[in-house]
Structures are given as C-alpha cells and as structure tokens.
Design a protein around this ligand. Structure first.
Ligand SMILES: Cc1cc2nc3c(=O)[nH]c(=O)nc-3n(C[C@H](O)[C@H](O)[C@H](O)COP(=O)(O)OP(=O)(O)OC[C@H]3O[C@@H](n4cnc5c(N)ncnc54)[C@H](O)[C@@H]3O)c2cc1C
Length: 380
C-alpha cells in the first residue's frame, strides 16, 4: 500500500477519498485485471461503476454534474490505479479530455457532455497522433473542411487510447491547412457519425488492458457547433493543457515505481541464495538504497508539482521536466527491481514482469523523453 504519511500535497479529505479509491480497485478492478489483460480491453461496465463511485473527472464543476474538486483528487486516483497496476483509461478522461470541455467548450457542449463524462455513460478519447505525425504535431494531415454549417472531417489517427470504447473523440484537425499550427482546430466527433470507423485494437507489448486503436474519418460530417473553442486555436489549447497531461503521467510513474520497489523488497527478503536471503547481500541493499533515495526525492517533487499545479503555477517546462524525470526514474526502478527477481522477473506469473512491460511506454506517450528535453531546453 502507498505510504502517504509524509505527503504534503494532500489534506484529510483527499485521504478519505483515497480509501474509496482503494475499495473500488479491490472490488471492481483487481478481480478482473488478468481477464482484461488477456482480452486487450476492460469491460465497458467499469466506466459507469467508476462514475457512480465518484472517481471520474473530480474537477468538473457542480453545475455540470461534477464535484468541483481540486486536481489533487485526480492525482489520488492516478496514484492508486498506478500502484495497483490498473491500466484503465480513467486518467485520460479525467485529467485530459474533461478540461478541454471545461475550459474551451460552449455552454451547450458542457451541459451536454460533461455530466456524461462524470457518470461514465460516455467514454472519451483525444486523437492527435497520425500514422505520419506524432512528435511533430504540426505535420498532421487530417482536415476539417467547412461545408455550409458543417465540417467534413477526413483523415486517420493511430495509437489512440480508449479508441475502442470511445463514444466521443476530440479530433485534432487542420481547418486552415495553409496556416500550419495557426490553422489547427479541435473538433468533437461522436462515434455514431456516418463515415467514422474504428480500426484494430492494437497489439502492444504492455498496458494490454488499455485499448489503443486506429481511427478512421471518411468525410465525417459534423455541425460547426462541434468545434471546441475557437476555430484555428486548437494548437494553443493543446499547448495550454499539456502540463496537466504530463503531470498526470509523472504522478502515475512515481506510484508505479514505488510498487516495483515494494515488490523487489518483498521478493529479496524471501528468496535465498548462498545460505542467506538475497536482501542480506550488501550489493542488494545498496541497490535498494539507491532506489529508495530516488523514490524519496520523487515523492517530494510530485508534491511540489501538485502544489504548484493546484495554484495554477506549474509551467509547461516544469510539467515536461516532471514527465521526463519520473518516467525515466520509473524505468530505472522497474528494470532494477526485475533484475533483483532473477529469472522469476522474466516470468509473467510474477507481477514485476507486467510492471516492466507496462512501464516502457511511459517514456514515449504524452510526448517522448526527447521532446520533453526539447521543451525544457527551449525554456532555459
Ligand atoms: C500506448 C500508447 C497510447 C497512446 N495514446 C495516444 C492518445 O490517446 N492520443 C494520441 O493522440 N496519441 C497517443 N499516443 C501517441 C504518442 O503520443 C506518440 O507515439 C508519441 O508522441 C511519439 O510520436 P511518434 O510515435 O510519432 O514517434 P516519432 O515522432 O516518429 O518519434 C520517433 C523517435 O524520434 C524522436 N524524435 C522526434 N522528434 C524529435 C526531435 N525534435 N528531437 C529529438 N528526437 C526526436 C522521438 O523522441 C522518438 O524517439 C499513444 C502512444 C502509445 C504507444
């Protein structure tokens, strides 16, 4: 269990909420985790259950069916799900998509969608990446061409989290292709629109319970009122929201690293070699001490980031630095923890094997480590 005794970002209300999250995981997620992993997708039902338990989109204002809480509640869910190894796509909905609607949605869009995001009746996705453009988002080819009172959306997206379950997709598309970033908009596309099709649920090396898909838009007509915020301001909106997305990944990385460390401690205290436990070797204790030190520094930094973010002070560079450091740290901790398991670490029956597979993508999605260095470097 995560030790929260020395945490500074949270109050007693967050701690009580954490108890609810833990109970939810024990009741509705952990018993199904292996099946979901094998199926490559979670049950759709977990979304409504999560909504009913108050775990989805805690920051959405009460006027739109939410609880109007601070981001600390999102972070509690992120930490507990990551510590449990639950790769359910709640954080994408709560930490990323909901705020696009809250900040840039029209009153009508907010009234219509936000209560459904909170309840889990609607699952959402955000589709930026394309087969030909990921890091270089300005290179996207998907277009949303004006035709009277409609946009006609054409293009394809890939690696989209929640793609199989999604009922609503925020599509990043060029509304004025000549103007590059300044001609990019965010268009809401409902999954029941004619011309929309889901591709494969992609076969990944980890995070298998989280569905990841190709999405196709073949002249999908949506009303112009489906534009989120102002036309051609999409890139600006994306840049504004990325710090929270990156912090969310950093928070999960820290908690997942802690879980791997705890697993390594438990394993090495049991496993015997040369007449003693593996833990009794000084080499092991030194290795664990190094990991414990990284984790201690990491928790302090997460609390610092959360406090700054809740005061709206976390900068794009700080959010990127957090994603860079915590995901790289997670990889180091998880890989070292697997090594301490010996051959058992390579066996899927040991949880550390899945933690290792699940960790790999953290340094890639939400912006690669190299792109994080670009963002941090540019701000120096
Ligand atoms: C499991 C998973 C879930 C995902 N979920 C989503 C989602 O929900 N929505 C979505 O839109 N996308 C999603 N993605 C896509 C993800 O954000 C991209 O894969 C990521 O941003 C990298 O883009 P790319 O794959 O095109 O790699 P590329 O951009 O082709 O990068 C290839 C390599 O080149 C490096 N590189 C690129 N540019 C530079 C540079 N300027 N300087 C130095 N090195 C550089 C990269 O760091 C990388 O090492 C997901 C990806 C995965 C794997």
């Amino acid at each position: 269990m995560l030790n929260i005794a020395s945490r500074t970002a949270y109050g007693s209300d967050h701690d009580q909420f954490r108890e609810q999250v833990r109970k939810f995981l024990g009741r509705e997620v952990n018993p199904h985790a292996d099946r979901w992993e094998a199926d490559g997708i979670t049950d759709r039902a977990v979304w409504r259950l999560g909504g009913a338990a108050g775990l989805l989109c805690p920051t959405v204002p009460e006027a739109y069916g939410g609880l109007g809480l601070d981001f600390g509640y999102n972070a509690v869910v992120d930490e507990e799900f990551a510590y449990a190894g639950a790769t359910v796509g709640f954080s994408l909905q709560s930490d990323i998509v909901a705020d696009y609607l809250v900040f840039y949605g029209s009153e009508e869009q907010k009234q219509h969608w936000l209560p459904k995001l909170v309840s889990g009746d609607v699952v959402t996705a955000i589709a930026m990446t394309e087969p030909g453009a990921g890091s270089d988002l300005q290179g996207i080819k998907t277009t949303a061409r004006r035709d009277g009172n409609h946009y006609v959306v054409k293009g394809s997206k890939t690696y989209i989290t929640n793609g199989q379950h999604a009922d609503l997709i925020i599509v990043v598309a060029k509304t004025d292709p000549e103007r590059g970033a300044k001609g990019t908009s965010l268009i809401l596309v409902e999954a029941d629109r004619e011309g929309f099709a889901r591709g494969r649920n992609l076969d990944k090396i980890g995070q298998n319970a989280a569905d990841t898909s190709e999405l196709f838009f073949d002249d999908v007509r949506v009303p112009i009122t489906n534009c989120l915020g102002e036309e051609n301001k999409g890139f600006l909106y994306l840049m504004s929201q990325l710090p929270q997305e990156r912090l969310s990944i950093a928070v999960g990385a820290q908690a997942a690293a802690q879980r791997a460390f705890d697993a390594a401690v438990a394993f090495t205290k049991e496993r015997r070699a040369f007449g003693k436990t593996v833990f009794d070797f000084q080499a092991t204790r030194f290795t664990l001490a190094e990991l414990a030190t990284q984790l201690q520094v990491g928790w302090a930094h997460i609390d610092w980031c959360l406090a700054r973010h809740m005061k709206k002070e976390l900068t794009a560079s700080e959010g990127s630095a957090a994603k860079l450091w915590h995901t790289e740290m997670q990889w180091n901790v998880v890989d070292t923890a697997l090594q301490l398991h010996g051959g058992a670490g390579y066996m899927n029956e040991y949880p550390i094997a899945r933690m290792w597979r699940d960790a790999r993508v953290q340094r890639i999605y939400g912006g690669t480590s190299e792109i994080m260095k670009e963002v941090v470097g540019r701000a120096i």
